[in-house]
Write a protein that binds this ligand. Structure first.
Ligand code: CMP
Length: 142
């Protein structure tokens, strides 16, 4: 399996819990490297664009309100099978269903405030990375 890039967000509820370091440690100690990283406050416009596929869902407004309620950490993670590895480390979308020890089981509050986001496919990863990072901002890690 070749090296892959994926996109990760540490969400506002996890930032409030002061666990940025622990979440990054989960990634780094499981074979993923941080290839780009920045802390920002998302605009509503950018957040709505990012979650455009959920626009018709009943929870869309709530999701955008939450994701723009405080700072987030945006990251590009690099590694073998990075997309699936990140999803395994995050656990199920609903923290109540996430396996013990996963990031969402540890720091998620509910299905909306679930601590982290990760790309679900190579196409999503490319789209999400391009929304937030210029190619020159991504370190080429060996
Ligand atoms: P995320 O990986 O960021 O991608 C879409 C997000 O929508 C998801 O995590 C959840 O936080 C959120 N979401 C999914 N289902 C629901 C739901 N039923 N109610 C509220 N938020 C949801």
């Amino acid at each position: 399996m070749a090296k892959e890039l994926t996109f990760s967000i540490i969400k506002p509820n996890a930032i409030k819990k002061n666990v940025i370091g622990d979440i990054i440690h989960h990634f780094e100690s499981n074979g993923l490297k941080v290839a780009a990283c920045k802390m920002v406050r998302l605009s509503r416009e950018k957040c709505e664009l990012f979650y455009a596929e959920h626009r018709e869902r009943p929870f869309f407004g709530e999701l955008v309100n939450f994701m723009t309620s405080g700072p987030v950490v945006l990251m590009v993670l690099s590694g073998e099978n990075a997309i699936q590895k990140n999803r395994d480390l995050m656990g199920a979308t609903d923290p109540a269903k996430a396996a013990p020890g996963t990031i969402r089981a540890k720091y998620g509050d509910n299905v909306g405030e679930n601590a982290v986001h990760g790309s679900d496919s190579p196409q999503s990863a490319r789209r999400e990375i391009a929304l937030f990072f210029e190619p020159h901002e991504i370190v080429n890690l060996s």
